[in-house]
Design a protein around this ligand. Sequence first.
Ligand SMILES: [Zn+2]
Length: 148
Amino acid sequence: MSDAHVHHQLSPESIRFCPLCGVGLERRTVPPEGKQEMVCTGCSFIFYLNHKVVAATIPEHEGRVLLTRRTIQTGLKVDLGGVLGVYSYAGTPIVIVVYRARVVGGEIRICHENDRVEWVHPADIPWDDLAFPSTQAALRDLLSARSD
Ligand SMILES: [Zn+2]
């Protein structure tokens, strides 16, 4: 019972395993700045301790995917369909965890943060207009997971 109230915190001492492959992390000197970071001994994932972890979904409905101009809440109710992928890019202090999501209710709301929302067939995805490499990567992974 004494462990029930222990609060673990994310710190260089407490992070031991890779969030991507589960293998142990070790401190290594990482280029280009030569800083010490926690690096996966299995897949070389660099776990930057100042990374923010962001969760995102790709809502799917009748074969289409929902694209929004900004990544914010849409008012839709979704069932999460499992993790599609975890995306991280050198020099960007964000780890994005993307979930598949099936629309089960609610409605799309337009607001000042979200001025363009549309359901898009995979063939009509405007790849060159997508704002972030993670969005492109997640959509490609989604389409490839669907065809399995
Ligand atoms: Zn790993």
